[in-house]
Design a protein around this ligand. Sequence first.
Ligand code: C2O
Ligand code: CU
Ligand code: CU
Length: 431
Amino acid sequence: SRMVDGRRVFDLKAQAGEHDFGRGATPTWGFNGGFLGPTLRAARGEQVVVNVTNALDQTTTVHWHGMHLPAEADGGPHQLVQPGRAWSPTWKVDQPAATLWYHPHLHGETAGHVYRGLAGMFLVDDPATSVDALPHEYGVDDIPLIVQDKKFDGDGELDDSSSFLGGVGVLGDTVAVNGTVGPYLDVTTERVRLRLLNGSNARSYEFGFPDGRRFALVGTDGGLLEAAYDLDRIMLSPGERAEIVVTVKAGERTVLRSYPQALETGLLGDRFTGGADTLDILQLRAAGTLAPRPAVPQRLVAVPKLNRADAVRQRPFTLSGHAINGKQMDMTRVDAAPERGSVEIWKVVNNDGTPHNFHIHDVQFQVLTQGGAAPPPQLSGWKDTVYLPPNVTFELIMRFSDYADADTPYMFHCHVLYHEDAGMMGQFVVV
Ligand code: C2O
Ligand code: CU
Ligand code: CU
C-alpha cells in the first residue's frame, strides 16, 4: 500500500493466471498474481482506498468480509466491476484489530470466483484492542493461513463440480494453504500465532494436533477475545476465522490437522459433507533453538457486551431449502431495514438436515444464546459468521452504527457458497 494525501491506497487487479498446486500449472484466478491476493493491512482510523481493476473477461465484485463500512463500499452483488473497468471504494477503518478477508460476491457466481482463487486477507490494526505480548511479527511468528480444499479433474484442472450427495457444493481432497499443497512452516519462536481463515466453499474444519496439545484461542472473526481460552480443537465453517497461539518445543515436528467433526446433520449427512474427513493442514518444523516469546496473558482486551435490554427489535430468520424465511435472494427485495444506531436481535435457525452457517455484512455481532444457553468460549467474542447445527436457534445481537443508506443493501446469507449462489441470501438496508 502507499499513502496518498493521508489515505492508505491499495491496488488490486483481478486477473486470470496459473498456479502450481504441486501438479504443474493449473489455470486459476488471482489478485495481482496467479492465485489468491496480497494481505491488505490498515490501521483503525485510516481512510483506505482500494483501486480494484477487473482484468478478467467477466464481471466480478470484491467484498470486504467482516468490515464495518458504508453499503456502497461493501462490494456485494450491487457493486459490479465490469471487465476492463475499475472500482475504488473508500472508507474509514473503525473497528477492533481483527483478521478479515476479501473475496468476490457476484450474485450466483461467488462460489466459482472464490474457488478459482479470488480471495485474500485484510488485517485491521488497532493498538487499543491488541495485546503486545501476543506474537505479532507478520510472517515470522504471526502467520496468515488461508485454508482451502481443492479438487482436480482428469486434466489436472480445478474441478468445482458439486460433490455427490452432499448438497453443499464442492468438497476437495487436496488442501491448499495460502495456495501451497503439502505446506510446512519453519517455526523459529517458542510461540506462533496462526490466523486461520476457512476460505473454502463448503468444507468445515476441526483444527487440532495429533498429540492433543492445547493451544490458546485468542481471537475470532471480529477481534481478540476478553480472555484467552485453552482448547485442543477449534471448528471453523466457511468464512470464519480464528487466531490461535501454539507453543512448540525446540526441534520438534508436528502437524496442524483437521479432524472428523460433528456437523450434527446425522452420521451420513456429516459424512457426505466432509465431516468424517481427516486432513493435514500445515506441518510445523521447530528450529533447534527457539527465540523466547512471552506466555499468553489470561486477560486480553475489553469486549463491551451488547445488552438484550437495548434491543429494539427481534427478527426471525429460518434457513431451509436454499431460502431464508421461505424466500430466495432477490436483488430487488429488501428483507429488513434496521435503523441506524439501533440494536437488534436476530434469531437464526437452520431448519434443514444439511450444514448451513450465517453471515451478516457490515456488523460484528455477539451470540447471546445458542439453543437457549450461553455460548461456548469460541462464540463469546465478535463474530460475523456462525455455524448453525440443525434445529438450534441462535440469538445474535448487533448494533447498526454509523452508516445509513436506504438505497443500497447489505447482504446476510449462508456462507456455504453453493447455497449462497442458489439463493440462500437476503438483503437489509440501514435507514
Ligand atoms: Cu464472505 Cu457476503 O460474504
Ligand atoms: Cu461478508
Ligand atoms: Cu447453507
